[in-house]
Design a protein around this ligand. Structure first.
Ligand code: DC
Length: 193
């Protein structure tokens, strides 16, 4: 069976939590596509060469979750050749036998427009920055500024900008508990299966 769940949205909206929960519930494979861009940013050097030569071991680095790695990922993600180098792997993953959940910024719009379920998970910048701050600490105003900067870059770039696919179901987690967001996503997948 081929069945793809595409989850897009800005940083810290809850995409990863929902994606992992759906994968566990339905036995689907899960790919956090942000990790690909984070690994390219963290490798340094020529980002296009890094994207073309990316290996599984590069995704296992333990420094990919930091705010700095997120910013570096957002910067390299603007480069069309970097994105192009990562497309085939993501498409294969999305359509592999057994079902797949991918979360990112362009899954429902570019990587897998044919996905059976498309979700756009979002929340206000303030709520998302507060969640990030609880994880990383430091200066709360700086965390909010970084969230807004990253949103602006991810939404404003020419190539595959972050936006909801026209047929995506929007889940706003600003005030919705994460369990309720997961339950809504599970119901949508069940209805489509
Ligand atoms: O989801 P994340 O925070 O790990 O993503 C890090 C950055 O990578 C994000 O700010 C933009 C980029 N990205 C992208 O351009 N396309 C994706 N499908 C996933 C991430």
């Amino acid at each position: 069976m081929r069945f793809t769940v595409a989850i897009d949205g800005p940083a810290a909206a809850g995409k990863g939590t929902i994606g992992r929960a759906l994968a566990a519930r339905f036995g689907f494979a899960h790919l956090d596509t942000g990790l690909l861009y984070r690994a390219v940013g963290a490798l340094g050097g020529d980002p296009v060469a890094a994207a073309r030569g990316l290996r599984a071991a590069d995704l296992a680095r333990d420094d990919l979750r930091s705010l700095a790695a997120g910013q570096a990922a957002s910067v390299v993600a603007v480069i069309p050749e970097v994105r192009a180098a990562l497309v085939a792997f993501q498409r294969r993953f999305a359509r592999a036998e057994g079902g797949a959940v991918l979360d990112g910024r362009d899954i429902g719009t570019v990587i897998c427009p044919e996905a059976e379920v498309k979700l756009y998970v979002t929340a206000s910048a303030e709520v998302r920055a507060h969640r990030r701050w609880l994880e990383v600490g430091g200066d709360a105003a700086r965390v909010l500024a970084e969230v807004v900067e990253r949103d602006t870059r991810d939404m404003g770039r020419a190539e595959a900008p972050l936006r909801a696919a026209v047929d995506a179901v929007v889940i706003d987690t600003s005030e919705l508990p994460i369990e309720a967001a997961v339950a809504a996503a599970v119901a949508l997948v069940e209805a489509r299966l």
